[in-house]
Design a protein around this ligand. Structure first.
Ligand code: NAD
Ligand code: UDP
Length: 348
């Protein structure tokens, strides 16, 4: 499907996201800043916002994001891409800010841990200052990692978490926790309208083949006939949400009444062991790859599943796409990507 076809399909989806949650005023086109807009989630969000008629400024330092994720949007006159690192201050006129800028995959956020903390903390500070100056509403893409290796299962928003302050995951976990603190302090002391979502493992088309997270790793390994690398014995669990479901929840949160600050969990409550995920990927791809085991990373959470009662109640949101249909779409994406000539990929 070409971009116009896609935008029409997304338009129907986006209007249903907005219809019951927006007042007449908030449905008017807005200038929306999406930080991390060239990333996996950010590029889908930019598409959905354009389909809803908004002007979108996609800001990214292109560290883990890819120019090809937004290449198809370049011809749209309401879309602008800006290269910028949110660690540096910025000044723009905007009505809404979605802060998604931050590497999300463990190998990527651990590659330069100091910069990850700076992105979470200084980046959030810069964007909150922008929100305070412009009066923009601001949404923070927080994470289930704020619960650490949880002792409460499933995880509810009222749970404070079990986080190591100096392990390899801490730059991300503690950075995101501090960002939540900053959001609430700007809300309480400067009246900034904030929205915090805690995203649980989300997957889908436009993840990088070298992203390093489990879904993309297993699919790429299965499609290329490499061994499938289970870390540890594979009994640890995760709950996997398909990207379209997640973006729907994100825009609903942004359009919700001012009184709803969050944090609100967004994720799919279906819970699977990593071994079950590997078996599903092998089954769906028909791959002959073998499963092998690698050491479990330090501080790897044992179990994770969102309690989404709050999102269901306040946003009338719940995921609709089950793991096998989401995996099929993601497999199709990687299959197409891996068979395209390298030259063609470099060109975008
Ligand atoms: P991603 O790595 O694909 O996207 C992150 C984007 O942010 C990339 O385009 C990257 O280039 C950009 N970026 C990173 N640091 C930046 C900086 N300092 N300045 C400007 N741009 C910067 O990851 P994603 O999965 O799309 O995640 C998007 C957001 O959602 C992240 O904030 C992440 O923490 C959050 N999140 C995602 C998940 C998930 O499962 N996908 C789960 C929890 C939270
Ligand atoms: N994992 C795995 N093999 C891989 C990549 C990840 O077994 O090739 C495991 C990882 O140890 C973790 C789970 O899959 O237990 C989810 O990892 P991911 O990096 O996707 O996300 P996170 O740990 O941040 O939830």
């Amino acid at each position: 499907m070409n971009y116009l076809g896609k935008i029409r399909a997304r338009s129907a989806q986006a209007s249903s996201h907005y219809a019951s949650y927006s007042s007449g005023k908030s449905r008017a086109p807005k200038r929306v800043l999406v930080t991390g807009g060239a990333g996996f989630l950010g590029s889908h969000l930019c598409e959905t916002l354009l389909a809803a008629g908004h002007q979108v400024i996609c800001l990214d330092n292109f560290s883990t994001g890819m120019r090809r994720n937004i290449a198809h949007l370049k011809g749209v006159d309401r879309f602008n891409a800006v290269a910028h690192d949110i660690v540096q201050p910025l000044d723009l006129e905007v009505d809404e800010i979605y802060n998604l800028a931050c590497p999300a995959s463990p190998p990527h956020y651990q590659a330069d841990p100091v910069h990850t903390t700076k992105t979470c903390v200084l980046g959030s500070l810069n964007l909150l200052e922008l929100a305070a100056r412009t009066g923009a509403r601001i949404l923070q893409a927080s994470t289930s990692e704020v619960y650490g290796d949880p002792n409460v299962h499933p995880q509810v928003e009222s749970y404070w978490g079990n986080v190591n302050s100096f392990g390899p995951r801490s730059c991300y976990d503690e950075g995101k926790r501090c960002a939540e603190t900053l959001f609430f302090d700007f809300h309480n002391t400067h009246g900034v309208e904030i929205k915090i979502i805690r995203i649980f493992n989300t997957y889908g088309p436009r993840m990088r083949p070298d992203d390093g997270r489990v879904v993309s790793n297993f699919i790429v390994q299965a499609l290329t006939g490499q061994d499938i690398t289970i870390y540890g014995d594979g009994s640890q669990t995760r709950s996997f949400c398909f990207v379209d479901d997640l973006i729907g929840g994100m825009v609903r949160m942004m359009a919700s009444p001012s009184s709803l600050t969050g944090p609100v969990n967004l994720g799919n409550p279906g819970e699977f062991t990593i071994r079950e995920l590997a078996e599903q990927v092998i089954g769906l791809t028909g791959s002959r790859s073998q499963i092998i085991h690698r050491p479990l990373p330090v501080d790897d959470p044992r179990q994770r599943r969102p309690d989404i009662s709050l999102a269901m109640q306040e946003l009338d949101w719940r995921p609709k796409i089950d793991l096998s249909s989401g995996l099929r779409q993601t497999i199709d994406y990687f299959d197409g990507l891996l068979t395209r000539p390298a030259r063609e990929l470099e060109a975008v």
